[in-house]
Design a protein around this ligand. Sequence first.
Ligand code: ASC
Length: 128
Amino acid sequence: DFKNTDAAIHYRQSAFDLIAHNFGDMGAMLKGKKAFDADTFAMRATHVAALAKIPFEGFVAGSDQGDTDALAKIWQDRADFDAKMSRFQENAAKLALVAQQGEKMAIKQAFMETGKSCKGCHDSYKKD
Ligand code: ASC
């Protein structure tokens, strides 16, 4: 439980910030903006897979009100939101696994799939 909806918003945003930092660095490596380092990439993928499980808890009733980009639509289309969140978690878990195996093409594919699940949810449920 959270003290109030602001605490829930802060909790989920903290996790998303950590996810964005790690995922962004992975993207920079894949796009050649920085050197690809397999160990660092795998570490970040493992972080994202663990962090992906965090935000869900913060989407408590009433927390579309406050300092948040979360749309009220989340609570109206709850089953779809939950499915999209699960999909993101599954894709992130797969990415972490593939990253440890070190096959660059498989890594790129899994990274793109994960990115699609970030964007898919943002397009439906995040203010732009
Ligand atoms: C990121 C980030 C997102 C996703 C999304 C993927 O690095 O901050 O929200 O990737 O842009 O399409």
